[in-house]
Design a binder for this molecule. Structure first.
Ligand code: ASP
Ligand code: MG
Length: 422
């Protein structure tokens, strides 16, 4: 039975970390292993900047492209001798990038995005694969676009599970495989991406299709914490979490796993480990059925860069069901997910990620029929299994715009300026 490993950008961000991970893999004893890599370091962000510069035809474009090239060449120089073939292979990927950038952008931001940003994973896996070969770690490189079939919702592609499962089982035999996270392709062979941080989801898709024994997501944190250690100094490791609790935590924005990761694993009852690639022997977090220790701890989740839209009828008449369905159709059309919502008689408020491309399109769409006002630079706090004392600390000095409580969960939207560390 196969194990699936996923390594994120932080685990392969420079020469030393690549050597560390590669040696770790080489020492491993798995006969059947699927290894998923994301782009190296912050390459996805760099490629996003390239997309933006390309779309608005900015003069910075060539500088940004040079930076991405330099980043990869520096790493390769630390890993390989100059004459090795990998330099040509990576060059070819950059030629592909140059070709895309020479053409006029298509009038579809998300399409342009996927064709460019997906190259980060192609580059990282080519380099990783070549380095692993060099140190004698035998494996097969597989293009995720040959096995992950999606629809054409670019930048947020939906998996065609049937096709994907068939393709994976047709192409994958026993042994060790290495592939890209985050990317897939349509039936017409256009590259798609699964949404930021989507490599975790790729690992889950592979595990689901192969009925894997387990998935391990290797992180730069000790496992799933009850709070983001960057914001809360008393963050604690959650040793065991149930699938259901993990789904909730990821849904509310816990950054440690992509929200779509858990469901496929839960369906096949495949355990998910989240472990530190720095302290490989530490236990980390185990997510599986009926392990609900997480509910003993309050969990704090912080989502920054939120925007709160208040949508009302221009005549200030009531917001009725037809309005709702119109609003939700627009949300679906622009792939915008609602993080929190509230309605009153005459207005409907939604808190969403302030995505610089999706949100203006959504607002423009809404403004055809509604009055829209908004507040930006907000932070959404979610606390699961809250205790009153913890909340008092969290809410101190915050200017709160909206608050919602259920038995297990409280959500608060507050202005970012007022953020003080709890
Ligand atoms: N490289 C992609 C990103 O940074 C996918 C991932 O890391 O999971 O969003
Ligand atoms: Mg990444």
């Amino acid at each position: 039975m196969t194990t699936v490993f996923k390594f994120g950008g932080a685990s392969i961000k420079d020469v030393n970390s690549i050597i560390h991970i590669s040696n770790f893999l080489k020492e491993g004893t798995h006969d059947n292993l699927f290894i998923v890599f994301s782009a190296m370091g912050k390459v996805t962000n760099m490629l996003e900047d390239i997309v933006d510069a390309y779309v608005i035809n900015s003069k910075d474009l060539s500088v940004l492209v040079e930076q991405v090239k330099l980043f990869h060449y520096n790493i390769m120089e630390g890993l390989f001798e100059e004459e090795e073939l990998i330099f040509d292979e990576v060059n070819n990927v950059f030629v592909e990038l140059d070709w895309i950038l020479e053409e006029e952008p298509y009038n579809n931001y998300s399409y342009n995005y996927d064709q460019i940003v997906s190259l980060g994973e192609i580059l990282s896996t080519k380099i990783m694969s070549q380095y692993l070969r060099k140190i004698g770690y035998d494996h097969k490189w597989i293009d995720a676009r040959d096995i992950i079939r999606t629809d054409n919702t670019f930048r947020d592609a939906k998996i065609d599970w049937k096709q994907t499962t068939t393709l994976i089982n047709k192409k994958v035999k026993s042994g060790i495989y290495l592939t890209q996270g985050f990317i897939g392709s349509t039936s017409e062979n256009f590259t798609t991406t699964l949404g930021r941080e989507g490599s975790d989801f790729t690992a889950a898709i592979l595990a689901f299709s192969l009925e894997a024994k387990e998935v391990v997501i290797w992180k730069d944190v000790p496992g799933m914490m009850n709070a983001d250690p960057r914001y809360f100094k008393n963050a604690e490791l959650l040793p065991n979490v149930s699938y259901d609790e993990a789904i909730e935590l990821a849904f509310f924005g816990a950054k440690v796993i992509h929200p779509k990761t858990i469901q496929p694993l839960k369906k096949k009852n495949i355990p998910l480990f989240i472990k530190s690639f720095i302290n490989i022997l530490n236990k980390g977090t185990l997510i599986k059925d009926k392990m609900d220790l997480a509910s003993l701890y309050p969990s704090y989740i912080v989502k920054e860069n939120q925007i709160l839209l208040s949508i009302s009828d221009p005549e200030l008449s009531f917001i009725v069901e037809e309005h709702m369905s119109q609003i939700f159709s627009l949300l679906a059309l622009h792939s915008v997910r609602v993080n929190m919502m509230q309605n009153s008689a005459v207005s409907f408020s939604i808190c969403i990620d302030n995505d610089k491309y999706r949100v203006p399109l959504l607002i423009a769409g809404l403004q055809k029929d509604f009055k829209v006002s908004y507040n930006q630079q907000l932070t959404l706090y979610t606390v699961r299994h809250y205790k009153k004392e913890d909340l008092d600390i969290l809410l101190r000095n915050k200017k709160i715009l909206l608050e919602q409580k259920s038995r297990n969960t409280i959500q608060i939207i507050a202005f970012e300026e007022d953020y003080t560390k709890a």
